[in-house]
Write a protein that binds this ligand. Structure first.
Ligand SMILES: Nc1nc2c(ncn2[C@@H]2O[C@H](COP(=O)(O)OP(=O)(O)OP(=O)(O)O)[C@@H](O)[C@H]2O)c(=O)[nH]1
Ligand SMILES: [Mg+2]
Length: 465
């Protein structure tokens, strides 16, 4: 490329509104050449606006720079960096929301040298230019994708740095502790590194990490919904109940035990609350290989569930397989459900292993009888779980953040045990281990983050954000 033909490749452009017909469509550009390109494609109606005053909507004509023909009329706003979303010069042009107009306008901008933006490119640039940390950048996509007011509020909290400030506080505390140990190493002849002095600060860091994990459970519940698994031995009617709760014929239900081979989940709103309901493979002894894999997946789902609906067939005697299925739900909020109440009730071979109260819910997944009772039980269980996880106040880290906090907490907890045991490792080792925990935490906010991890994060975004 010659000097007379500047490289515009750092300037990106994309349609920022959803594709399709609409009242208005917005094209966004970011980069050094955003305003020079605007000058080429957009002619302000008033001469006083010819320099595109900062953050002022300017009315004018969008022209095709190749032949000077008019594409549309609309509004353009220039936001000069660093005071813009990306930190660079940003331009937003609002035109009539016709896919033909917007396509022609975008082509004209690319003709002038801009590059089509990749998914999440604007937010990625905002992150790289220090306008947002990674927690906030990830909140942007959750804000856009929120399906309930409560998920929206949770994402808004993260975008407003409510979560970032907690993580930064712990980073700060940990940095202080490491600095103190380092001073001890440098002046080890003069200063005696007393372990009891470390126990308090390290213990407080661990407490803060643990409370971050707790609030992240609540954040996840608000963002994604309460996770419910339908559990039981084969043929008790799990898939039929799953379909009834969803109000859709989603899963195959047959009289043959072992019909469902995989765990399948769907989102359902019950009494205004979002649930992710999972139909699972029936739990039984001696399954054949495909079923065995299904059962492994069932158990995996169950581990991350908030509620288990333990289903039994009330027309058949309760047996040890029902008891074993109930045992699998030991650590989870479990609602026993007697299905097939439209058929005569059979006498059990074994006593029910669950408590008598609250009484199990009786339903017929086939006729729909009792379904309202079950939905009410589900929504009150959901409300209880949200309440116990501090529903009202918190926002939480996503799975990436949770894994990193868990990794940091693991390292800090090993050190705390060693310090408490009275046999702490050498100060050099202590410092090294705490520095590794610090690195985990810094990765949450995006310091020193790997390019590939960034690619994965921004893949979730739409083009134009
Ligand atoms: N009478 C009656 N039959 C039911 C009811 N619920 C399910 N069934 C029948 O029971 C059989 C098994 O139902 P499924 O929903 O496939 O049972 P499942 O628990 O998903 O079975 P697996 O996927 O094999 O573990 C089917 O023939 C259903 O029509 C019910 O409430 N009443
Ligand atoms: Mg099934």
């Amino acid at each position: 490329m010659t000097d007379s033909f500047p490289s515009y490749s750092d300037t990106v452009a994309a349609l920022s509104t959803a594709p399709g017909y609409a009242g208005v469509g917005v094209i966004r550009m970011s980069g050094d050449c955003a305003i020079p390109i605007l000058n080429q494609v957009f002619t302000p109606r008033s001469r006083t606006d010819s320099k595109f005053p900062d953050r002022k909507a300017v009315y004018g004509i969008f022209v095709n720079p190749a032949d000077g023909t008019k594409i549309d009329d609309g509004l353009a706003v220039a936001m000069r960096g660093p005071n813009s979303y990306t930190g660079e010069d940003v331009v937003e042009i609002s035109l009539h929301g016709s896919p033909v107009i917007l396509d022609a306008a975008l082509k004209a901008i690319i003709y002038c040298g801009a590059t089509p933006a990749r998914r999440g490119e604007f937010t990625r640039r905002a992150f790289l230019n220090g306008k947002l940390d990674l927690i906030q950048a990830e909140a942007v996509v959750d804000l856009i994708m929120a399906t309930t007011p409560s998920a929206l509020e949770e994402a808004r909290g993260r975008l407003d740095r409510r979560m970032s400030s907690h993580v930064e506080e712990i980073i700060h505390d940990l940095t202080d502790i490491i600095a103190e140990i380092e001073v001890g190493i440098d002046f080890s002849e003069d200063i005696d590194l007393e372990t009891p002095q470390m126990e308090g600060p390290v213990g407080r860091v661990l407490e803060k990490l643990q409370s971050l994990l707790e609030s992240s459970v609540s954040g996840r519940l608000r963002r994604e919904g309460v996770r419910v698994s339908i559990i039981g031995k084969p043929n008790v009617g799990k898939s039929t109940l799953f379909n009834a709760l969803l109000g859709a014929d989603r899963m195959i239900a047959t009289p043959f035990p072992g019909t469902t081979r995989d765990a399948v989940s769907e989102r359902a709103v019950v009494d205004g609350m979002t649930f992710i309901i999972c139909d699972t493979a029936g739990l039984r002894d001696n399954p054949e290989p495909i079923e065995e894999e299904g059962i492994r997946r069932t158990r995996q789902w169950l581990e991350s569930s908030d509620v288990a609906l333990l289903l039994v067939d009330s027309s058949r005697p309760l047996d040890y397989q029902d008891v074993a299925a109930y045992d699998s739900c030991r650590d989870i909020f479990t609602i026993p459900v007697y299905n097939k109440t439209d058929l005569p009730t059979a006498k059990g071979e074994v006593a029910p292993p669950w408590p008598e109260r609250p009484a199990p819910i009786k339903v017929s997944a086939l006729t729909g009888e009792g379904l309202e009772m079950l939905k009410a039980a589900l929504s009150s269980a959901g409300a209880e779980i949200l309440r116990s996880s501090d529903y009202s106040t918190s926002c939480g880290l996503n799975q990436r953040g949770v894994l990193l906090v868990e990794a940091a907490a693991q390292k800090v907890s090993v050190i705390l045990s060693a310090v408490r045991s009275g046999h702490p490792p050498d100060p050099e080792i202590l410092s090294l281990e705490l520095t590794l925990a610090l690195k985990d935490l810094r990765e949450i906010t995006g310091e020193n983050i790997d390019e590939m991890v960034l690619d994965r994060i921004f893949e979730r975004f739409c083009v134009g954000k």
